[in-house]
Design a protein around this ligand. Structure first.
Ligand code: SF4
Length: 217
């Protein structure tokens, strides 16, 4: 299989820098990491727009918001009752320190990750998204696109691998670098939307010459 650094370089050359996460502030990124669960970015983005219009992308306002208002804002992201509870749990965890406290940058990465994973509704992908994009900590985000891309490129094991194993695979192949992990995940998402969809568009894919799956399309 194409070595991961070469895969990264090819995607970067094809799509250019992605300037992720698509959110202006730390709070918006954290909220977005919950709202994107089990939906697409368009739906999550509509919910974020509603929050912005309601003035709830401000830390004190969001903490003080009532459930009905919050639910009405986030409904376009789907599973809104579940996401409301998850958002509240996450806010309750963050609230004692606020978002600008030095602990988010000072605590060992794995300590912080363990804390986030202990919050109700925060799984590995959400935790790593928050760590990487909101707190700029060097951890790799794995998603379904990452898994599918590796499998199509010849790493059959990726379909059955654990999140942990896939993450370790990427982090062993790329230097521990926040900007690099940020860009790599964003490029994989871009590639999955542009070419490597559920029904892939292989003909003009920048990875075609390295892809056993695409060669057989
Ligand atoms: S050639 Fe097709 S299957 Fe392979 S990476 Fe490109 S889009 Fe995906």
């Amino acid at each position: 299989m194409l070595p991961l650094p070469d895969l990264f370089a090819t995607l970067l050359h094809a799509y250019g820098p992605q300037h992720w996460w698509p959110g202006e502030t730390r709070l918006e990124i954290i909220v977005g990491a919950v709202l994107i669960q089990n939906t697409n970015w368009r739906n999550a983005s509509r919910a974020i727009d509603n929050l912005a219009l309601a003035g709830l992308l401000e830390w004190p306002a969001l903490l003080a918001s009532d459930d009905n208002t919050l639910r009405a804002c986030i409904w376009p992201s789907g599973f809104y009752n579940v996401k409301l509870r998850r958002l509240r749990s996450l806010l309750n965890y963050l609230a004692p320190w606020g978002l600008e406290h030095p602990r988010w940058l000072a605590l060992p990465l794995q300590t912080l990750r363990a804390e986030l994973l202990a919050v109700q509704g925060v799984g590995p992908e959400t935790a790593d998204s928050i760590l990487l994009y909101a707190f700029e900590r060097p951890t790799f985000v794995v998603d379904a696109y990452t898994r599918r891309l590796l499998a199509r490129l010849g790493a059959d094991w990726a379909q059955r691998a654990s999140y942990q194993a896939l993450q370790a695979h990427w982090m062993a192949a790329l230097p521990s670098d926040t900007a690099l992990y940020n860009e790599a995940h964003a490029l994989i998402v871009q590639h999955a939307k542009t070419h490597c969809r559920a029904k892939p568009r292989c003909a003009d894919c920048p990875l075609l010459t390295h892809c056993p799956f695409g060669s057989g399309c």
